[in-house]
Design a binder for this molecule. Structure first.
Ligand code: ADP
Length: 441
């Protein structure tokens, strides 16, 4: 594997060193970031996220420990080398954009190239090309005063990339933006990471943005408490096997270390129901689904709120869809109660009867989803697999394998589509059914 592009070890960063108001903002942070990673710095305000970012940028010298960027200590550089480092290696964007109002959009983007001594025609062509990549070419002759916040930030993104640096630092880039502009700016960052292979580090307070990251660096009190891999992304860094997680609940709780178990349950179920709602509809849906998960609203009332128009306080889903959604939610919630019962008994009594009624009920979903007929051997194996998955005796992967491999090889022999659907359903059941012991810190 490649060497880390950024490495810090026992890093300490102290403001006003040696003065009466000396303050140690970073207190022994250790971590590594690999080329091509998208990393989110996350944690309460004041925990030292920006301090580390500015130290990487070369403007805040550590008072102790080690900091290497591309294998070198930026604070060993001469002034000239430092300029080159900041030009070629690092781009940065800020919450407040910092564009120059008296310059056109093109000139703002081209500005870093002036200091590189690149000819005007060439740098302007290049600036417009980069603006085009972020959907901003038609604004190239405008001035910052005439643009919206989201547009300004996309100009700032273009400017940060004009010298083609390896690393993009983004300090709360969407902190001042509405939800639509936020998505556009995040799409730009994703492009820089995925298409250009740049390393992106973002400081964010927005939980939804953690999904873009390969790993979330969770800071508290000037330390990197933990780095959490995003299970939905193919990892670049080598991840400790022990960190491979068992249920979606655990995975979600790692991605969202700060939310309550019930909120996690809501996230899981919402994710199952929606791909095409807009942000506001999803928030609304979350509120009502929370009521459902907490059993404070009946299926009938839940369905009604889904149908009700958004401007009248509902979600604005179509009638048939709302009905199907309400049915799915309540079916999962009902079956999840069986999972809870089962697990409670399972943990108290290891010789639990495999042919138990609960397992029968829980297995019915597979049989109802399967279009063909199942032999008695297949049915028995399904029950075994459901029993094993619900009790945690097998992993999700083993569950999938058991459902997929052919009957003569000891499996159930279901087709890929069905297996996928069934596995998703049981993972959802597990999230809802597992009694939360609480999590996080
Ligand atoms: P975060 O980005 O996580 O919100 P910061 O890195 O901005 O946190 O700040 C970490 C701590 O350092 C805070 O307690 C903050 O008050 C302090 N701090 C930040 N900048 C300065 C500064 N220029 N002088 C003194 N203290 C500072």
């Amino acid at each position: 594997m490649a060497e880390p592009i950024i490495k810090f070890k026992d890093l300490e960063i102290t403001y006003n060193l040696g003065k009466e108001n000396e303050f140690k903002a970073t207190r022994g942070a250790t971590g590594e970031i690999y080329p091509g990673e998208f990393i989110a710095f996350f944690g309460p305000s004041g925990c030292g996220k920006s301090t580390i970012m500015y130290s990487v940028l070369g403007i805040l010298e550590p008072s102790a420990g080690q900091l290497l960027v591309k294998g070198e200590n930026p604070y060993s550089f001469s002034t000239e080398e430092m300029v080159r480092f900041q030009t070629r290696t690092i781009g940065i964007i800020y919450q407040a954009f910092f564009l120059i109002n008296s310059l056109s959009v093109t000139d703002n983007v081209a500005l870093p190239q002036i200091f590189q001594g690149i000819a005007p025609a060439k740098r302007e062509r290049w600036a417009r090309q980069i603006l085009g990549r972020f959907g901003m070419e038609q604004y190239s002759h405008k001035y910052p005063d005439n643009l919206s916040g989201g547009q300004l930030q996309r100009v700032a993104v273009a400017r940060s990339m004009v010298n083609n640096p390896d690393i993009l630092l983004a300090d709360e880039p969407t902190g001042n933006l509405d939800s639509v502009s936020t998505l556009q700016v995040m799409a730009a960052l994703e492009k820089i990471n995925q298409d250009d292979g740049k390393t992106v580090i973002i400081i964010t307070h927005n939980a939804a943005q953690l999904a873009y990251a390969h790993r979330v660096f969770y800071f508290a009190d000037g330390k990197l408490l933990r780095s959490v891999p995003n299970p939905e992304k193919k990892q670049i860094a080598k991840i400790d096997k022990q960190k491979i997680l068992v249920t979606e609940m655990e995975r979600l709780s790692k991605i969202y270390p700060y939310i309550t178990p019930n909120e996690l349950k809501v996230k899981s179920i919402i994710n199952y129901l929606t791909q095409d709602f807009d942000f506001d509809q999803i928030l609304r849906l979350e509120q009502f689904t929370q009521l459902a998960v907490e059993r404070k609203i009946s299926q009938v009332d839940y369905e009604k709120t889904l149908i009700r128009e958004y401007k009248h306080g509902g979600v604005g889903a179509g009638g048939p869809r709302a009905k199907a959604m309400a049915e799915k939610v309540y079916k999962i919630l009902d079956q999840a109660e069986d999972v809870t019962r089962f697990r409670r008994r399972f943990t108290n009594n290891n010789f639990f009867n495999r042919e138990d009624k609960i397992v029968n009920r829980l297995s019915k979903y597979v049989i109802s989803e399967y279009k063909g007929t199942l032999s008695s051997v297949q049915k028995r194996r399904i029950k075994e697999l459901v029993y094993n998955r619900i009790s945690g005796l097998v992993s999700k992967e083993e569950f999938i394998k058991g459902l997929s491999v052919s009957e003569d090889k000891g499996g159930v022999g279901l087709d890929k589509q069905t297996v996928k659907k069934i596995t998703l359903y049981y993972e959802k059941l597990l999230v809802q059914g597992i009694e939360s012991k609480g999590h996080g810190h």
